[in-house]
Each structure stands twice: as C-alpha cells, then as structure tokens.
Design a protein around this ligand. Structure first.
Ligand SMILES: [Zn+2]
Length: 301
C-alpha cells in the first residue's frame, strides 16, 4: 500500500512517499520544464512508485490556485502549459488506477500539516499562510478548514491592502501578493538596485543587513500585517502562522508585521492575537498533501 504526496510549485515539483516516518531524503524534487510538464510530473510519480503502480492507493496534490477541486483541474499561472487548466486528477488516476486522488490549494495543505505536526493541535480557529512566490492560506474556523465552493477559499494573496496600489498578476490592483509575493518582492528590490535572483537570497540579504532587502521585507511585513488585521476581526482567530520562504525572514519582516497587527487589530478580542513563524520549513505543504491523501482513505463516519 503506497500513499504519495505531490507539491506543484512555481518552478519545481516535489513528491514523496508518505509513511509514518518519512524523511527529507525521500523527497524528490525536479524543475518544471517549459514543455512536457505533465510528462515530467508523471515520470517523477512513476519513479517513486517504482513499478508498483497498482499498489498506489492515494495521491494528495497541493497546487497553487486557481483550482477546481471538484473537477480535479488546476490552472497555475506560473506553468504556461497548464495556465488555462489541466485535469491533473484524471491524469494521475490513469497512471495509478487504484488510487484515490485529491487536490487542494497549497496554503490549505500547509494548514493540514500545521494541524497534524505543528502547534495548533486543539485550536479551532487559526489562519495559516503560505508566503512564498504566491500567498495562499488555510482558513480554519471551528476546527474545519474552509475550502469554499470551488476549493479556492484561502486566496489571501488577493485581499486588498490599504496604502498600496501595485498592479497584481490577477488583473487587479493593491493586492497583498502585489506587495509581499515573491515575484513582486524581487521586482521591487531589483528596481531599487538589489542584484540577487531568488526569494531565499532576498531573505539572506536582509539578514546580512542589505538596506534594499531590509526595505523590501519591511514592505512585505507591513502588507502581511494589514492583511492579518483585516481578516482577524471577520473570523476571530486564536493564532496566525506564517509558513513558506518568508517565515524564515528576520526582524526586517516580523517587526513591521507585528507593528501593523498591533496598530490595526484593536478590538478587545484581538489584542492577544499571536502571529508566529511555521517550523515546518520547506516540507510543510508536501506534508499536508500527504495528510490529505491519508485522510481520503478513511471511511466517512
Ligand atoms: Zn491580485
């Protein structure tokens, strides 16, 4: 009996078999090519199954949005071949005919991982953000993770942020992701003369005191803080967890984030609201896809 987890990122696929004690060494990562995207993804999964395709009983897939959870179709903007929609659930079912295949937003998967392996065991109302290239979230209310009508609840990257008017990849303006998403951060820092290439490098530069990198993360922290302060009164959270690459950022991000939350989240039930960094590192989303796959095998009560 084999359970697989697959994470579709902006630039790479990550996949792993799910066992009780899965180690980091078992995570296979491959870059997403410009052409032949499904073939690359398929070969990655088949390689892990290692000829035992009939024994694969469940596959959990974490994807950037937009998705159609019921139809099993994803349309990630960063993958040109899939941008207008790719029926990933059907494609995976074809190679593993006995498998139950499920797909959810990457932020939702991170939330499932935090609930199973993080500090929120027993907490009912939690917001978990996956802040990397894109920003999505798991909105957990009353112990349930809200997925919405089509599986797209949690697109917090497109919440509007007062004080910002940058154009966003979604076609709108002033979205959280247009300030604090990886693409926006690199573009802004590059425009100020910073010479790095990746979000990880930007975080490291800020830790090293680079003034532009610090200013970029400061803006990201401000926007994230305002997004949290905007959503917290609506849903009355116990805790907010930030995962993804930005979770590793130092005071450049966290100081401005906490200042904004304290400044704007003023109602009595929000004054104790804590925002903390995820400790799951870069395996959180994949681990959550594994949790989803394992849960999909449990009979409904
Ligand atoms: Zn947007």
């Amino acid at each position: 009996m084999i359970i697989l987890a697959l994470q579709i990122g902006s630039t790479e696929f990550a996949a792993s078999p799910i066992t009780a004690d899965v180690s980091k060494d078992e995570i296979h990562r491959v870059p997403i090519p410009a052409r032949g995207v499904w073939e690359t993804c398929r070969d990655l999964l088949l390689g892990i199954a290692d000829g035992r395709n009939e024994e694969v009983v469940a596959v959990g897939i974490a994807s950037p949005g937009p998705i159609d959870m019921t139809a099993g179709v994803i349309a990630p903007a960063d993958i040109r071949e899939w941008r207008t929609g790719f029926a990933i659930v059907d494609a995976v079912r074809k190679i593993f005919p006995a498998a139950k295949v499920t797909v959810a937003l990457d932020g939702v998967c991170l939330g499932l991982a935090e609930r199973n392996f993080g500090p929120i065991d027993g907490m009912m109302d939690v917001l978990v953000l996956d802040a990397s290239q894109h920003i999505t979230a798991a909105v957990m209310v009353g112990g349930f993770t809200v997925v919405g009508r089509t599986g797209n609840a949690g697109h917090i990257g497109h919440v509007l942020i007062p004080g910002f008017d940058e154009s966003c990849g979604c076609g709108g303006r002033g979205c959280l992701e247009a300030v604090a998403g990886g693409v926006a951060l690199l573009r802004w820092a590059g425009g100020q003369g910073w010479r790095g290439r990746s979000l990880n490098e930007l975080v490291e530069s800020a830790d090293g005191g680079d003034a532009v990198a610090v200013a970029a993360l400061n803006r990201a922290g401000t926007a994230l803080g305002r997004a949290i302060a905007s959503t917290a009164p609506l849903l009355d959270f116990d805790l907010v967890i930030i995962g993804g690459v930005l979770a590793k950022a130092g005071p450049a991000l966290w100081k401005s984030l906490r200042t904004e939350v304290a400044t704007y989240a003023r109602l009595s039930f929000l004054t104790g609201l804590r925002t903390i960094a995820s400790e799951l590192g870069d395996v959180g989303v994949l681990a959550g896809a594994g949790v989803m796959a394992a849960v999909s095998l449990q009979p409904l009560e």
